[in-house]
Design a protein around this ligand. Structure first.
Ligand code: ADP
Ligand code: ZN
Length: 605
């Protein structure tokens, strides 16, 4: 069995070997056993059910919540010569009937289906007949965290998927997800009746992603533009908080000459679909989006994910950043945030409809994310720690490891800030408080007589930026909270008392001045450098790929990944045999594109 799996991996998928635990997972499911697979985005989950489906008799049924993703996966599989299809609401009746006929005739290896479709009487009946005639190879439940209430993508239909196990207990099931903290994990096993399934928990580390967090400096999109300038011509995603922000940021990028498109739920469907298609198919498009975008975006060569507003939780952040660098090549995750973000999110939680328990959970999640942002230690260690995974830190590929930030004893400054909040009546925002501390006699200061306060001018030793950092970190640490109903006036919480009494000391992160940020950017991990002639070959291949993709109306990466093209360009194979030896080229692709690729190389030479 193992040899058969490896053989298929090489001939059909063109990969030289298994990654991580793929071999064990494939063997487990192909052998008829259930499996629960936790693997980070880009880890290679698809193969874990695709291979066993090919190895076993009958068709593999894949439950996936994402129609866009299905289409892409099916397309990619067909390119490999695998008989794949999907059934979802985007298909007309004729096309759906054809898929059903193929299934019953035993002409399908893999069938992707949305959960609500799967649960219909009609489809269950179809499965009954398929099972009786050619067998069902397996049930794969993708994005399995959708079954969990605590997760962030709850789908009620997922809870009914236990019906598969009840009706067809002899068919192995494999549930897969990339998001799973301990409670979500437990809930998946319980809700899908997979307590006895073998568990495969991979490391969630994504070593090729470089993490970086910067503080907003009030200069609008400047920092973002600087960051994107380091990724010229590359695909990326910029996440923003609201529809309005998305539109604004997209426009700013476009004005700066960047090929950027907006994406949010408020746009007309057609426009949204067109933008998504362009992002997937063209090289180097930057998508500016709300988090409505991305689940199921399987583009492997996304080189950066930027958050211009604070995400809601570490899980969300990790999943969103995980969309960068699925192909394993260097990629960057960049987050900028400021006091305003903290205030906004806290406000959103407070005003939400959710019950008290849920709100508290959300507050805890936000606090954990803020802790991550303000941390002076290895980011990777903090992220993995949140998923219960130990990492000794000093990863060498996050901002804090590359350029260790300084911290300073902020106890004195914190006491000044906190007492200024108290003495001015807990009715003012950070801007005004900073004016008082620094002794700036604005109209507002005069009007309220704040020049008479004992805290007037006691903070002239720090500049505005430094004081903003102090207030941001005090809010982040929960010593101050913003009052939504009073123009975000800051007030003390119980946590402030020990500091005011001199019973607790505080250390703050020293925010990096702008010049260091530039240096960091210049140090972004480079791609494997190609020699000049190889670079020419690479460009020619990319151009050929773009044309071919357009002709077939499929995303470029479905034809070949960048990494494969780069490997071809570097190796410069002279014939089909040499070409076949390159990773990423399976039998069907060799047959389909081999000659054309050799022709490109010949033309450039
Ligand atoms: P996930 O669903 O876990 O996010 P995918 O199944 O989409 O990940 O795989 C991510 C990328 O890794 C894909 O581009 C895939 O072709 C590649 N990949 C998966 N397994 C292997 C392997 N054994 N060798 C080389 N590349 C692989
Ligand atoms: Zn690190």
């Amino acid at each position: 069995m193992e040899n058969a799996a490896l053989e298929l991996l090489r001939t059909t998928f063109g990969h030289p070997g298994f990654r991580g635990e793929q071999a064990e997972i494939v063997a487990c499911v192909a052998g008829g056993n259930d499996a629960l697979v936790l693997m980070p985005t880009g880890g290679g989950k698809s193969l874990c059910y695709q291979l066993p489906a090919l190895l076993r008799d009958g068709c593999g049924i894949v439950v996936s919540p994402l129609i866009a993703l299905m289409q892409d996966q099916v397309e990619a599989l067909r390119q490999l010569g695998v008989r794949a299809a999907c059934l979802n609401s985007s298909l007309d009746a004729g096309a759906a009937a054809e898929v059903e006929r193929d299934l019953l005739a035993g002409d399908l290896d893999l069938l992707y289906v949305a959960p609500e479709r799967l649960l219909t009487g009609r489809f269950l009946h179809l499965l009954e007949r398929a099972h009786a005639s050619h067998g069902i190879a397996l049930f794969a439940i993708d994005e399995a965290h959708c079954v969990s209430h605590w997760g962030h993508d709850f789908r009620p239909e997922y809870r009914q998927l236990t019906i598969l196990h009840e009706r067809w207990p002899d068919v192995p099931r494999i549930a897969l997800t990339a998001t799973a903290d301990a409670p979500t994990r437990r809930e998946i096993a319980e809700r899908l009746a997979l307590e006895d399934a073998r568990r495969f928990v991979s490391s969630f580390d994504r070593p090729n992603i470089r993490y970086r967090v910067v503080q907003k400096d009030g200069k609008g999109s400047r920092a973002l533009l600087d960051f994107i300038a380091g990724h010229k011509g590359e695909s990326g995603i910029v996440y923003a908080f609201s529809r309005k922000r998305v539109e604004k940021v997209a426009e700013q990028l476009q004005l700066a000459g960047i090929d950027a498109l907006p994406y949010h739920a408020g746009m007309p469907n057609e426009q949204r679909a067109a933008n998504q298609r362009r992002f997937l198919q063209a090289d180097g498009v930057v998508m500016v989006a709300t988090i409505a975008f991305g689940m199921g975006i399987d583009k492997p060569d996304v080189r950066f994910v930027a958050h211009v507003d604070l995400p809601k939780s570490i899980e969300g952040y990790y999943q969103e950043t995980g969309r960068a660098g699925r192909d394993g090549e260097p990629a960057e995750a960049w987050l900028s945030y400021g006091l305003g973000d903290v205030v906004n999110l806290r406000q959103l939680i407070n005003q939400g409809e959710a019950g008290e328990e849920r709100k508290q959970l959300e507050v805890r999640k936000l606090d954990a994310l803020l802790g991550y942002c303000e941390s002076t230690d290895c980011r990777r260690q903090a992220l993995l720690g949140w998923f219960g995974e130990a990492h000794e830190g000093h990863c060498g590929n996050c901002d804090n490891c590359i350029d260790p930030p300084e911290s300073w004893d902020g106890t004195e400054a914190a006491r000044k800030a906190l007492s200024c909040v108290y003495r001015s009546g807990q009715r003012f925002g950070a801007g005004h408080l900073i004016d008082i501390l620094r002794g700036v006699a604005t109209d507002k200061v005069q009007r309220f007589g704040h020049g008479q306060l004992s805290t007037w001018g006691i903070g002239a030793d720090l500049d505005v930026r430094q004081w903003s950092g102090v207030f941001r970190q005090l809010v982040a640490a929960g010593l101050l909270e913003a009052d939504v109903d009073r123009h975000n006036a800051l007030r003390l919480t119980a946590l402030a008392t020990p500091v005011l009494r001199g019973e607790r000391t505080l250390r703050f992160r020293k925010d990096a001045p702008r010049s260091t940020r530039r240096r960091e950017r210049a140090g972004a991990a480079p791609m494997i450098e190609l020699a000049p002639e190889a670079a020419l070959r690479f460009d020619a291949l990319r151009e050929w790929r773009a044309t071919t993709a357009r002709e077939q109306n499929v995303p470029a990466y479905v034809i070949f990944h960048d990494a494969t093209l780069r490997a071809i360009a570097a190796a410069d194979p002279g014939d089909l045999d040499d070409l076949a030896g390159i990773a990423g080229i399976g039998g069907t692709k060799l047959e389909r594109y081999g000659e054309a690729v050799l022709q490109q190389l010949f033309d450039v030479a």
